[in-house]
Design a binder for this molecule. Structure first.
Ligand code: URA
Length: 254
């Protein structure tokens, strides 16, 4: 019998518990039975200012059409050499109004074939992580720093990242998430403009032009190093607590 990964079990258990969401009348706070969420301690020097005021009303239709304009502008892109080997341009998916965005590195084989980010094994784990947080794939926005598959799943090269970055910036601007989860070092370095290892970046929020970024381990890395899932889950719990603090609730389940 295959050994059961305790953190996979934790993700599964948390997803099950999420189905029994308990809404607290007072203040509209929410929690999970048996798992009250502690507010995270902000690491010294890394604290990000609390939101000044409530967000203006969101207009999903407008955001959706902004994304359509960005996709149209991209066209059948040949701005970098990745176009020569790709099968698909893998644009972002999810809610154009999502307060929570995930940014990965670049499409792999499955994503290139299907034209959708995170649909392979790493994507299955990402879906579990998102659901354990109380969200769904459809209620967050998922995209990558580059939209075409780097051959052999190598890391995207600086010129490729540079060509795609204006479109990443445009998607972030259109969706206007409150929090971005950067999956792995290339995503974190691209978003934060640094070259630090993921182990030095994860576990705390970083400010990016007023948007909070939480770097964490890439799900493909977690598949190879399952012991690291515990730390990734700790990062995601900080995100959940910060969303709660910002008054952003996960989608309601029927
Ligand atoms: N890895 C990524 O970084 N992105 C995907 O879309 C799939 C795997």
């Amino acid at each position: 019998m295959p050994a059961v990964d305790p953190v996979d079990e934790l993700f599964e258990l948390t997803r099950a518990l999420r189905r029994n969401l308990v809404r607290h009348a007072a203040g509209g706070a929410w929690a999970v039975q048996g798992e009250p969420m502690a507010r995270p301690a902000m690491p010294a020097g890394e604290a990000v200012e609390p939101a000044e005021a409530a967000e203006p009303a969101r207009a999903p239709a407008a955001r959706s059409s902004k994304l359509e304009v960005i996709r149209a502008e991209l066209g059948e892109c040949t701005r970098c050499k990745l176009h020569a080997t790709r099968k698909s341009i893998v644009f972002g998916v999810g809610d154009p109004d999502a307060p929570l965005m995930f940014v990965g590195e670049g499409p792999g084989e499955q994503e290139d074939l299907r034209g959708e980010p995170f649909v392979g094994r790493a994507g299955e784990l990402l879906d579990k992580m998102i659901e354990a947080m109380g969200w769904t794939r459809a209620s967050v926005y998922i995209n990558n720093i580059v939209m075409c598959r780097p051959p052999g799943n190598r890391n995207p090269q600086p010129d490729e990242v540079a060509s795609c970055k204006p479109f990443l910036e445009a998607r972030i601007g259109a969706v206007a998430p409150r929090i971005i989860v950067a999956l792995g070092r290339p995503a974190a370095n691209t978003l934060l403009g640094n070259d630090a290892p993921i182990s030095a970046l994860r576990g705390k929020f970083h400010d990016r032009n007023g948007v909070k970024v939480m770097p964490t381990f890439h799900p493909a890395y977690l598949l190879r190093e399952p012991d690291k899932k515990r730390e990734a889950w700790a990062d995601l719990k900080l995100v959940m607590a910060e969303l709660q603090r910002l008054g952003v609730e996960p989608p309601h389940r029927g």
